[in-house]
Design a protein around this ligand. Structure first.
Ligand code: HDD
Length: 714
């Protein structure tokens, strides 16, 4: 069995260092005798220029920062492996996909797009999902997002899109948010973004965890087999824990309470052995089907419905090791959709084609040198020999006098590889065309799949989209932009537009019939008044597009966290019963008390508090449990404690209470808002009952009870 799982860790170990039991030294290896005082002329005198220890330390510090990524600056990553479960040698010659059980080391980085490096994890945004495979044939990067389509069809519009969404240039406000005028100004003039807008206004843009997101390669790629035959392919990552989100109000509160929520979640999961896992799947489209669909496979604003082409699972990825050093690994990793290995190739998707230029270019300014491939986290485990030389911070010491090809002085080395020897040869696609600056007519339907996505959502999910649009457009100050957006939304779904309009106190503009201005750039069209498109989608609704209906969501509460509220007098049996029932399911009950230290139980034992009501918060947990015996007056009088229940209710989480604690549900603090009959509210008069714990856990597998919210769409 080909198991290269540990190969990258062995490779990285060459560069890892550990100061335990070692002397403190300068960068030149000289042992330091005093690291606390600079060299001075007298103990009250001026510092001396001669102090090489001080100069070196401060100079290094002054240069510690590098430019953050222009997009996807905020992110977190981890090491792991990819294992083939269903080899596809008939479709691709890529060496790492040939044998069942074959393992390849990977590093994955998840990110938000718009915010800067220190911004919140919980911004409403697409998430990056980039995976570097250290294969035996070189680096393969699958630089994906958690949304299967993109805002724009052509890379030429990428700088405009990013300028529009980033904080506005005059005052650098707002951070990590699309809810402002410049973003919606641009979007309202770009009908092609409507499908992506439906996704980013849905709960996909506020994931519960990086471990609970799907990943999508977005573009159609090619697989090429040993006979040089090609199929088209779409890549999908499917999370083992299902695809889940938080509520928007919750996301905003988490942003304040713990802006590192996703980062911490990923880190903790790996530290505690709950290794995040995804299946890798492919939608395979035979070459001859290239023009079969009523959308263009090269258009990155379109997906291939799984009803038309099912996803075939080919492997799984497990993340099982946190980085040793955030900067060296997560910050310095450089992804590039152009890092491919023989057997994987590109298509002419104009967004992908532009990306193929952008990623190396950006590393030159971010990492500062064409030698960024030598940084340990970026280094291939396959050997590198070529005639590239020199440049800033070159590590490799190339021997000999020859740095050109062809050569005779070096015996022709390093020599080219034939295809049969693993040499990369681009797929031999025939291209016979005029050189034009144009958009293909097959890219013109901007609303069909936006409608497909919207129609595929449950009533609760539709309501969330209405709410998100009311929020985002409500933050826009320019009325004309809001109205243009309503015009575009009405072409997706008239009720959607009307419901959003209600929240904005505006009217949906009438659709003015006018011929589509083909070949003219979309900015010059009056976007809000464009004629509705008539191209029929073969699929009206797709379960895979809904998070709630998603057929791959397993009923699990693995690694979920439950807030167990306690105070003196709490029933020890009730707390322990719930804790052990949760543990059995791989979840964790966290004890939260009025103060840190411990509380006394009804059996005079002490239970340690992991958090106080003040240091944790309901939004950081998946459910709240109020056990029997807890002093209800203490709870009702403590505003921080009350917030646990109010927020859990508002965010549609499971709330449980047993014994005398059950009365808290209908107590004065909630003014009759919560009733025992509410979905997801689990109460019993029994104490420490197994059946109650099971009911609580089963309810948690539903993730959220969104039906508790008022529906804004119906
Ligand atoms: Fe990009 C980073 C994903 C379009 C230019 N992109 C970046 C990252 C992800 C994506 C996951 C972060 C990688 C990391 O963790 O370091 N980008 C996408 C997807 C796109 C996409 C799925 C559309 C399908 N990107 C796109 C376009 C361009 C770029 C059209 C430019 C023409 N992207 C970049 C970049 C970044 C980047 C500026 C910033 C940092 C980096 O590359 O290394 O080059």
């Amino acid at each position: 069995m080909k198991n290269f799982q540990d190969e990258k860790q062995r490779d990285l170990s060459i560069n890892t260092s550990d100061g335990t039991n070692k002397f403190l030294t300068t960068d030149q290896g000289v042992k330091i005798n005093d690291d606390n005082n600079s060299l001075k002329a007298g103990d009250r005198g001026p510092s001396l220029l001669e102090d090489f220890i001080l100069r070196e330390k401060i100079t290094h510090f002054d240069h510690e920062r590098i430019p953050e990524r222009i997009v996807h600056a905020r992110g977190s990553g981890a090491h792991g492996f990819f294992e083939v479960t269903n080899p596809i040698p008939e479709l691709t010659k890529a060496g790492f996909l040939q044998e069942k059980g074959q393992k390849t080391p990977v590093f994955a980085r998840f990110s938000t797009v718009a915010g800067s490096r220190g911004s919140t994890d919980l911004a409403r945004d697409a998430r990056g999902f980039a995976v570097k495979f250290y294969t035996q044939e070189g680096i393969y990067d699958l630089v994906a997002n958690n949304i299967p389509v993109f805002f724009i069809q052509d890379a030429a519009k990428f700088p405009d899109l990013i300028h529009a969404v980033k904080p506005e240039p005059h005052n650098e406000i707002p951070q990590a948010a699309s809810a402002h005028d410049t973003f919606w100004d641009f979007i309202s003039l770009m009908p092609e973004s409507m499908h992506m807008i439906m996704w980013v206004m849905s709960d996909r843009a506020i994931p519960r965890s990086y471990r609970m997101m799907e990943g999508f390669g977005v573009h159609t790629f090619r697989l090429v087999n040993a006979q040089e035959e090609s199929v088209f392919v779409k890549f999908h990552w499917k999370p083992k824990l299902g695809t889940h989100a938080v509520a928007w109000d919750e996301a905003q509160k988490i942003s304040g309470k713990n802006p590192d929520f996703h980062r911490e979640d990923l880190w903790e999961a790996i530290e505690t052995g709950n290794f995040p896992e995804w299946e890798l799947g492919v939608q395979i489209i035979p070459s001859e089907d290239e023009h079969k669909y009523d959308f263009d496979l090269l258009d990155p604003t379109k997906l291939v419905p799984e009803e038309l082409v099912p996803v075939t699972i080919i492997g799984r990825m497990v993340l099982n090791k946190n980085p040793d050093n955030f900067f060296a690994e997560t910050e310095q990793i450089a992804f590039h959709p152009g890092h491919v290995v023989p057997g994987i190739d590109f298509t002419n998707d104009p967004l992908l084609q532009g990306r193929l230029f952008s990623y190396t270019d950006t590393q030159l300014s971010r990492l500062g040198s064409p030698n960024f491939h030598e940084i340990p986290i970026n280094r291939s485990v396959a050997p590198i020999h070529n005639n590239q030389r020199d440049g800033h911070m070159r590590q490799e010491i190339n021997k000999g006098r020859v740095s050109y090809h062809p050569n005779s002085l070096g015996g022709g080395c390093p020599y080219q590889a034939k295809i049969a020897e693993g040499g990369f040869a681009s797929f031999n696609e025939r291209v016979d065309a005029h050189k034009v600056r144009a958009r293909s007519e097959s890219f013109t339907d901007h609303f069909g799949q936006a409608r497909l996505f919207f129609n595929s959502q449950t009533p609760e999910e539709k309501s969330h989209i209405v709410k998100a649009l009311r929020f985002e457009l409500g933050k826009v100050e320019t009325t004309a932009i809001r109205v243009r957006m309503l015009g575009l939304l009405s072409q997706i779904d008239t009720t959607l537009a009307e419901k959003v309009a209600l929240g904005l106190g505006a009217n949906v503009p009438p659709i003015i019939e006018k011929p589509i201005n083909k070949g003219v750039s979309p900015e010059t069209e009056e976007a809000g008044t464009q004629e509705p498109q008539t191209i029929d989608q073969a699929v009206d609704s797709s379960e895979a597009l809904s998070m709630i209906k998603n057929p791959t969501n397993a009923p699990t509460i693995e690694s979920r966290k439950v807030a167990i509220l306690v105070s003196d007098g709490v029933s020890e049996a009730a707390v322990m019963n719930m804790k052990s029932a949760l543990k059995k399911e791989g979840a964790k009950g966290c004890v939260i008390a009025p103060h840190l230290g411990s509380v006394k139980t009804d059996s005079d034992t002490a239970i340690a508090a992991e958090f106080s009501f003040l240091t944790a918060s309901s939004v950081l947990f998946d459910a709240v449990y109020v056990p029997h015996g807890l002093d209800l007056n203490t709870l009702a009088e403590n505003e921080d404690a009350i917030e646990y229940l109010n927020d859990a209710y508002k965010h549609c989480k499971v709330i449980g209470a047993d014994g005398d604690a059950a009365s808290i549900i209908s107590g004065a603090a909630f003014a009759g808002k919560i009733t025992n009959d509410d979905p997801g509210v689990i109460v019993t008069s029994e104490i420490a009952s197994e059946a109650f714990a099971q009911e609580f856990i089963t309810a948690m597998t539903m993730h959220r009870f969104w039906q508790r919210e008022p529906n804004l769409y119906n």
